[in-house]
Design a protein around this ligand. Structure first.
Ligand code: GLN
Length: 192
């Protein structure tokens, strides 16, 4: 299995390292031609406005959208989730608009910039999942057709799946719990 990791900006090296631990081939993607032969793609966290600009200027927006149209699975974490959302609240950042969710950027404000919390994520099994949030967005609204995978204790939606598209507001690449990446690889291989 060959997984591309968008490497324009942000936490791509950590995703590549986890994929390698799971015996997947992982390649950094900065140009459309580097998407050739890729079975799935991860869009990492970082700064969504910057990643969006770099994706547009390197012609990756259209190429990724077209490959997803042909069935390529996509996993977006944090800024990556923002870039996959159909709507971004109060914001004009260009996104791929692939997942029928509305997200709000920097939803936790300055006081709680970053935090870690244990989440119950039934698709990953019974063991709580350590989720790290850094200037994180939240999912304000999910349309029908989107499965909610995880919520905070107050009900806020922080992970979802629509078909082969997976999004998390938190950073699975920053923990040593490999279950979220394994779940994505199961989507890519057609096991999930
Ligand atoms: N705050 C960033 C944004 O709005 C996302 C933060 C992250 O990816 N860790 O793009």
């Amino acid at each position: 299995m060959k997984i591309g990791v968008l490497a324009s900006q942000g936490a791509f090296a950590e995703h590549i390292s986890i994929l390698k631990q799971l015996d997947a081939e992982a390649v950094p993607v900065r140009l459309p031609e580097e998407l050739r032969g890729v079975d799935g793609l991860i869009i990492p966290g970082g700064e969504s406005t910057t990643i969006s600009r770099l994706m547009s200027s390197s012609n990756l927006m259209g190429e990724i959208a077209s490959m997803v149209g042909d069935g390529m699975p996509l996993f977006g974490t944090c800024a990556g989730m923002i870039l996959m959302a159909r709507n971004i609240s109060g914001n004009t950042t260009e996104s791929l608009g692939l997942v029928d969710i509305t997200v709000k950027r920097n939803a936790f404000g300055r006081q709680v910039d970053s935090f870690e919390t244990e989440l119950e994520i039934p698709v990953l099994g019974d063991k709580p999942y350590p989720a790290i949030f850094i200037r994180a967005p939240v999912i304000e609204r999910c349309d029908s057709g989107v499965d909610i995978l995880a919520r905070l204790a107050d009900g806020t939606i922080v992970a979802a799946r629509q078909g082969k598209l997976l999004v998390t507001a938190f950073h699975p690449e920053l923990t040593d719990d490999l279950r979220f990446h394994r779940y994505f690889l199961d989507i890519v291989s057609g096991r999930s």
